[in-house]
Design a binder for this molecule. Structure first.
Ligand SMILES: Cc1ncc(COP(=O)(O)OP(=O)(O)O)c(N)n1
Ligand SMILES: Cc1nc(C(=O)O)sc1CCOP(=O)(O)O
Ligand SMILES: [Mg+2]
Length: 234
């Protein structure tokens, strides 16, 4: 897991007058590897309708689709994972639900389940939470908010780049940084140890397409990773 982790926030898109399909097509054209559907105000059926749009747009790609908050809707939507925060179902319970559902599906098909395993990611905002996530069942650990964000009303205190560095030192799991990340600061976040940058508002840059911005985020991540590898060799 490296690069841009784009979040399709239905509320943000509505406020910006951009359709989910157009947004998703921009991400797909940029080759984004992970896309989360975050719909904090949608009804369950409304969330599933949005999920169907993402499934259609990303059909035939390797991109991982992640449902925010709701493991049940993620499974129903045929997504590849769920993201849970400290106030959501625990990572372990989300794994249990996903595991039961996937093994039932495999049994129904009377075949071994050789498809990609269902991914469960969890939020952290403190060093203690990172420690807990590190020994728990999470497939990736999210840390944030790295910088101030206007997107999440109940955001925790900013952890800064130092928070990313500390999280990096505390876990070998894939580390996703989130909160106030833009093209201008993404390099510093990956330099601090993040494997992926999760971005909502930073994907909207006046005068530019979502595709070109998403592509640039990916390029920044690749460049920093390449620099790190070269530094390790020489
Ligand atoms: C990749 C990623 N990281 C963190 C969050 C935040 O999750 P949570 O704390 O549950 O807050 P909400 O997004 O549900 O409001 C996330 N969604 N994605
Ligand atoms: C959804 C979310 N979770 C956070 C956390 O700290 O866990 S910060 C955040 C908001 C991210 O939006 P933007 O890229 O617009 O700042
Ligand atoms: Mg949540």
């Amino acid at each position: 897991m490296k690069g841009l982790y784009a979040i399709a926030d239905v509320g943000v898109l509505a406020r910006r007058g951009m359709g989910l399909r157009v947004f998703a097509e921009g991400l797909k054209a940029a080759g984004v590897g992970v896309v989360q559907l975050r719909d904090k105000d949608g009804s369950p059926e409304g969330v599933l309708a949005g999920a169907r749009v993402l499934r259609e747009v990303f059909a035939g790609t390797d991109s991982l689709l992640v449902m925010n908050d709701r493991v049940d809707l993620g499974l129903l939507a045929g997504f590849g994972g769920v993201h849970v925060g400290q106030g959501d179902l625990s990572v372990e319970d989300a794994k249990a639900v996903a595991g039961q559902s996937e093994s039932q599906r495999a049994q129904r098909k009377d075949e071994e389940d050789t498809e990609r395993k269902w991914v469960v990611g969890g939020s952290t905002h403190t060093e203690d939470e990172v420690r807990v996530a590190d020994v728990g069942a999470a497939d990736y650990v999210a840390v944030g908010p790295v910088f101030a964000t206007g997107t999440k009303a109940d955001a925790s205190p900013v952890v800064g780049l130092e928070g990313v560095r500390r999280a990096r030192a505390l876990t070998g799991k894939p580390l996703v940084a989130i909160g106030g990340i833009t093209l201008a600061n993404a390099r510093s976040v990956v330099d601090a140890g993040a494997d992926m940058v999760a971005v909502i508002t930073g994907l909207f840059v006046p005068g530019r397409t979502v595709e070109s911005v998403a592509w640039e985020f990916g390029k920044i991540c690749v460049e920093v990773e390449r620099e790190k590898t070269q530094t390790r060799i020489f």
